[in-house]
Design a protein around this ligand. Structure first.
Ligand code: ZN
Length: 138
């Protein structure tokens, strides 16, 4: 596992939070993206090497909606960059971690992603993400 790729924050209303974080950071988000398969709308901020992802649910069954129901707004996940997500998934499985999706899926920001169940990581939802090579994009 490599550096922290980004930190994900669950918010109720993306537009309101975009304004809040824009005044916090002194700059606006650089992109928004909807990931329909996850039921989320996201926006990204960059401060130097650090990236923050804001996530808003697009429907009540979205994992983000459920998270906010249970815990309220706040830090939702920490994402780590990996260079070979499949190898990392099998390594972590053999270490006893529960991987929520064993087949990496397409996440926001041109990444292949997989999540580890928080019950095996001290309550922290961990996302693995691997940059999708530009040549593979259609
Ligand atoms: Zn993320």
């Amino acid at each position: 596992m490599d550096k922290i790729e980004h930190i994900g924050i669950a918010v109720k209303d993306l537009e309101t939070s975009n304004k809040l974080f824009a005044s916090l950071f002194g700059k606006t988000h650089y992109k928004t993206e909807e990931v329909a398969s996850e039921g989320v709308k996201t926006s990204f901020f960059k401060n130097g090497p650090n990236k923050i992802e804001l996530l808003q649910a697009t429907h009540p069954e979205s994992p983000i909606a459920k998270f906010i129901d249970k815990k309220g707004e706040g830090i939702h996940h920490i994402a780590f960059a990996v260079s070979d997500i499949k190898a990392e998934i099998s390594r972590l499985k053999s270490e006893g971690f529960v991987v929520l999706n064993e087949v990496p899926k397409k996440g926001a920001d041109n990444k292949l992603v997989a999540f580890l169940h928080p019950k095996t990581t001290n309550g922290v939802l961990i996302e693995l993400c691997q940059e999708i090579e530009k040549t593979k994009i259609k």
